[in-house]
Design a protein. Structure first.
Length: 82
């Protein structure tokens, strides 16, 4: 991994990208502090899998049949008079 100062990386962006494709991640510093990393798109895509939707998560769970009792099986209490 090479380290680039921000000014240099801005001036030579094409070279930073080419080097990232050939040699791997490139670190960019601002005032001596690591600030950003340039990585090849394939590597980023491999590490950032798309998140599943709620529907996909629910559909991937266990499948079973719910036995719901038929309506009308419960007796209602008589209404209270005031």
């Amino acid at each position: 991994m090479a380290t680039w100062q921000l000014q240099e990386a801005k001036a030579r962006l094409s070279e930073v990208i080419d080097t990232a494709e050939k040699d791997g991640p490139q670190i960019i510093t601002r005032r001596g502090v690591n600030t950003a990393v340039v990585i090849p798109f394939e590597e980023w895509e491999r590490n950032h899998k798309p998140k599943r939707s709620l529907l996909e998560i629910l559909q991937s769970g266990p499948q079973f049949d719910l036995q719901i009792p038929p309506r009308g099986g419960w007796k209602m209490r008589k209404p209270v008079k005031f």
